[in-house]
Design a binder for this molecule. Sequence first.
Ligand code: FAD
Ligand code: MLT
Ligand code: ZN
Length: 470
Amino acid sequence: MLHEKLIRDIEQVVGPAGLITDAERMQSYLSDWRNAYSGKAAMVVRPASTEEVAAVVRLCHQAAVAVVPQGGNTGLCGGSIPDQSGAQVVLSLTRMNAIRAVDTGNETITVEAGVILQNLQEAAAEVGRLFPLSLGAEGSCTVGGILATNAGGTAVLRYGNMRDLTLGLEVVLPDGQIWNGLRGLRKDNTGYDLKHLFIGAEGTLGIITAAVLKLYPAPRSTTTAWVALPSTEAAIELIALMRGQCGDRLTGFEMMSRQSVEFVVNHVAGCNDLFAQVYPWYVLIEVSDTLADAGLAQMLETALADAFEREIVLDAVIASNETQVAGLWAIREGISEAQNHEGPSLKHDISVPVSSIPAFIEAADQRLLEVFPGVRIVAYGHVGDGNLHYNISKPVGSEDAPFKAQAEAIMQVIYDATLQFSGSISAEHGLGQSKREAAVRYKDPLELQLMQAIKTTLDPAGLMNPGKVL
Ligand code: FAD
Ligand code: MLT
Ligand code: ZN
């Protein structure tokens, strides 16, 4: 009964185009990209403006109904999926997809939350600028989702993550008030910087409806290389060498284990091994410059020759055209998809200090293989950020069920090793529903207490994405 009235009231606000109650049409909003999480909802609401979002949230607040914000639904820890009660409202921002303003003088772009990351990148390119955030899901993930998860990706080592790329936000608070913090200021010391509360909050403190984001000059030249390494220690030496010789021109440094590359070569069409020989580790290196004739290929060759001499590089190839560049990135970006072909995967997106990566991998590998012989370790990631995707696939030939039953125990081994190296259990995907309990075990109790105090202050009724993060 309550929902029937709420549905009628919400339809008054968003019209028939903004409301889905039909079970079949709701389906794609109720499970995630990997089908790892699924839930039920009373309705899916798709408002077309900030005012509509505010009115819908106000109605839900009055009716004491929980709201689950959703963007492209590409998140990897179940943050955008409602619970099983069927009582929650999924609020999809995908109709709010306008580029509101581009200010090239201020090097900023103001966009709505439903803008797809790739469309944002293209809008920046149209005015000769770069919006640098880049990740495998960029064709589907939205500005609201990448802000709410403080997404990272492959260009963080040069440009930072979403938190670093954001100057202002517009947010609908849990009671329906609109906070207009759409300031394009690089300096503003008038007290607490509230936007940072909502960035990375995974929709638990309010609904982001728009943002002012930073733009950068578009690079006019880019050079990309694929490099084979003997060890993870070599990767850490190589990144230091590259930074020393290329400075800020180093825009990508992605490390992959042989296992990761092997999955891609076996499962992703068009991806092949680049060297005749098999090596334990690979790195994709990208350097770029705003000058068209920056001599990047020469710079990269010199740095790699130096690395060969020091025996930290075993083999290397520099891409000589756009197709080859795309081919190198396809191997890197294909790992997630390739791993799905090997059965259920346990995803971990940990971070440790960059210098501790080799010791972390050694410790975690050793303990895991002792306790769970045969599991396949798919380690890869954004080494320059100390961020590893230390993913696990089941042993060859084993059933899914016994492997899934070990998920908690496997996670504990990995997170214990993370803690040993003063790391974080989530470097970029967030806690969502999957790591909420682990956070209680691995995060400082005082930090959790402060987070809870903020949550209670902003959302005393606990209606904003309950069951996520805290
Ligand atoms: P959703 O999945 O819809 O939501 C994610 C979270 O944000 C949920 O908690 C949701 O409630 C909340 N949310 C969504 N919109 C709003 C809003 N407007 N206001 C408030 N809360 C909101 N992440 C990285 O950081 N780096 C990577 O390299 C990376 N690579 C990926 C590669 C693949 C193939 C995939 C599938 C994912 C990858 N991700 C990566 C995960 C990443 O978190 C998401 O792709 C992206 O950040 C989520 O955007 P989305 O619009 O799909 O959000
Ligand atoms: C990536 O960097 O490819 C993703 O963040 C990792 C993943 O899909 O596990
Ligand atoms: Zn990643």
